[in-house]
Ligand binder design. Structure first.
Ligand code: G1P
Ligand code: ZN
Length: 552
């Protein structure tokens, strides 16, 4: 522990010529290009609005850290100085500013903080030409609700000044205690508490038993935040061979990569697992460590299926040995988990896209596990999705079942049937073209009911709206659903996290019972629905793209 001498900060009010009007937070906080964030006063204005909106700032404790991307260090410095100006009593910040999103969620909860600020644009590329982001979590450790982000946005639009103190930069190299005026800054190792939490949830001895045997595994941290966590958990603690963690050093630009764990952006890992026989288990996490991709030897686990398998096998993990209260999935996620929940006799909730919608259900004890098709899975242990938690959960299942991932999947489908599923993303589409396509399709919805589609007929079509079962808030316009009469469906949404133009997401799902053909390529199983929606929504014509940017 090191202690630095108290600084004597001068508090300043910085006046603005004009407020920023483009600081509307999206699906996960304010996400913009690094260049936009580098405009003078841009970050400061958003943080001022956050401090004016968050409850308990005066005298409260805040958790602060990020995924290590370009801009992380500067933002931490600014937020510490603004926090001191706003009367926070303490900020808990991680060494080198490295703190994964789930680890931040855990710390907020454990240390009774008023909330946390996580600096990340999640899976978006980083660096001077990449993206930066600011996420604000509340006292339950989860993303703040729309009522909070709307209030922050309103505040930014009329902001005239912000408060900041002048103080020397605090060293984040090692754990220690510092002060800025009367505000304490506690620098802690951002990995320790997370490892401790994982040890409470899983049977590490059993997992270690599996891993120490003939079990070559590859974890790809994508040069993002999970490198130090995975090294500590998988190698140091569970005994995986040295070198099991690939791209384990966090870099400001993620090694010029795109830290999104899917088959397109984590293609090196995918190639190792899907086209070779050297590894039995592969996994990757995203920029801030909340997403996960699970791979077995020659087997890709679709994230919707992953949630279903975790639900069906939950009792193998000590934390869930007594069973689950209920589960939830985002609307575009496949219904694979619904079928499992039905058999287990537990509730299954369908929420809009975005982790914040799980918060109330988790807090109310209505659900234990939840997930999204976008490589997000989590539980009531924190209030964020958690990439490494999912990796450990899968390892726990393998340690118990002692069979391959492909065998686990085959067994699952032969019992529950298979939900063929795919998501097609059209990225960086001109905003007008994307909105034109979406609005036209929305206008067509009422007339589609009863029409033929992909050899079936359309039973219902709507724009998904959600009433929160706990606080009864209503969230409208969450995605266009075309529901076929055999239970298959197509969903079309516009992304709320992209920063360049618009991203159109098309989600396709079709169910085959256990007696049907369970071993098709999803793109083939869904081919008629893919061409059906391309025709109906005029995707190629309106985007000028002859294929999606990313197929999952
Ligand atoms: C995407 C995912 C969504 C996830 C969010 C944050 O949002 O689709 O499931 O919660 O990132 O990780 P979108 O870009 O679709 O709005
Ligand atoms: Zn993320």
């Amino acid at each position: 522990m090191t202690t630095s001498a108290p600084a004597e900060p001068t508090k300043r009010q910085v006046r603005l010529e004009t407020p920023f009007t483009d600081q509307k937070p999206g699906t996960s906080g304010l996400r913009k290009s690094s260049k936009q964030f580098e405009q003078p006063h841009y970050l400061e204005c958003f943080i001022e609005a956050v401090f004016q909106t968050l409850s308990g700032v005066e005298g409260g404790t805040l958790v602060l850290g990020g995924d290590g991307r370009y801009g992380n260090r500067r933002a931490i410095d600014v937020i510490l100085r603004m926090g001191a100006a706003h009367g926070l009593s303490k900020v808990i910040v991680s060494t080198n500013g490295i703190l994964s999103t789930p680890a931040a969620s855990n710390l907020i909860r454990k240390r009774d903080a008023i909330g946390g600020i996580i600096l990340s644009a999640s899976h978006n590329p980083g660096g001077p030409d990449g993206d930066f982001g600011v996420k604000v979590n509340g006292p339950n450790g989860g993303p703040t609700p729309a009522s909070f982000t709307d209030a922050v946005f309103e505040c930014t639009k009329t902001l005239e000044q912000y408060s900041i103190v002048d103080a020397d930069q605090i060293s984040l190299d090692t754990p220690g205690e510092h002060v800025i005026g009367s505000m304490k800054v506690e620098v802690i190792d951002g990995v320790d508490d997370f490892v401790e939490l994982m040890q409470q949830l899983f049977d590490f001895d059993r997992i270690s038993d599996l891993i120490r045997g003939d079990f070559p595994l590859a974890f790809d941290a994508m040069h993002a935040v999970t490198g130090p966590y995975a090294q500590r958990l998988l190698v140091d603690r569970l005994g995986a061979p040295k070198g099991s963690v690939r791209n384990g050093i966090p870099l400001e630009d993620f090694g010029a990569g795109h830290p999104d764990p899917n088959l397109t952006y984590a293609h090196e890992l995918a190639d190792l697992l899907l086209n070779g026989d050297g590894y039995r288990f592969g996994a990757a996490c995203d920029g801030d460590g909340d997403r996960n991709m699970i791979l077995g030897n020659r087997c890709f686990v679709n994230p919707s299926d992953s949630l279903a398998v975790l639900t069906a096998n939950a009792t193998v993990a000590p934390a869930y040995a007594d069973g689950l209260a209920g589960v939830a999935r985002s609307m575009p996620t496949s219904s694979a988990v619904d079928v499992v929940a039905r058999e287990l006799g537990i509730a299954c909730f369908e929420t809009p896209t975005g982790w914040k919608f799980f918060g109330n259900l988790l807090d109310a004890g209505q659900i234990t596990l939840c997930g999204e098709e976008s490589f997000g899975t989590g539980s009531n242990h924190v209030r964020e999705k958690d990439g490494l938690w999912a990796v450990l959960f899968w390892l726990q299942i393998m340690a118990e079942r002692r069979c391959s991932i492909a065998e686990i999947m085959a067994k699952h489908w032969s019992h529950f049937g298979r939900h063929y599923y795919s998501r097609h993303d059209y990225e960086a589409v001109a905003s007008d073209a994307a909105h034109g396509l979406y609005d036209r399709l929305e206008g067509m919805l009422p007339s589609l009911v009863g029409q033929p589609f992909a050899g079936r007929s359309i039973g219902a079509a709507d724009n998904f709206s959600y009433t929160d079962p706990i606080d009864h808030s209503v969230t409208k316009g969450q995605g266009l659903r075309i529901l076929l009469n055999d239970g298959s469906r197509v969903v079309v949404r516009l992304s709320g996290t992209g920063t360049q133009g618009a991203t159109i997401r098309v989600y396709l799902e079709s169910y085959v019972p256990s007696s049907g053909d369970l071993n098709q390529d999803p793109q083939i199983a869904l081919a008629d629905m893919i061409s059906g929606i391309n025709g109906l929504a005029e995707i190629q014509k309106r985007t000028g793209m002859d294929r999606p940017t990313v197929i999952t």
